[in-house]
Design a protein. Structure first.
Length: 88
């Protein structure tokens, strides 16, 4: 279904899909982290020592910002080309 919508929108195999997929993944990760930051999604993990870590509290409400910032996680660890909406 999604592929048919992209095809109807003029997205074909090649450079456009190479951008569309990483952009979609970036958006999904950003909104997941934003939900944690905003307290909409309460997520806790337990580290190897058994300590409970509240991602909202320990992330200081900045996980989404740390992901998309100019020197953020996405810029540091992504193998894909980054395109900001302001840059086109």
């Amino acid at each position: 279904m999604t592929a048919k919508r992209w095809q109807a929108a003029g997205v074909s195999k090649g450079s456009q899909s190479d951008v569309l997929i990483p952009d979609s993944v970036d958006a999904a990760i950003y909104f997941l982290l934003k939900a944690i930051d905003d307290g909409v999604l309460r997520l806790k993990i337990i580290d190897r020592a058994g300590k409970e870590i509240d991602l909202n509290e320990d992330g200081l409400g900045e996980l989404a910002g740390w992901y998309v910032g100019p020197d953020g996680w996405r810029a540091q660890y992504s193998a894909e080309r980054l395109v900001d909406s302001e840059d086109g």
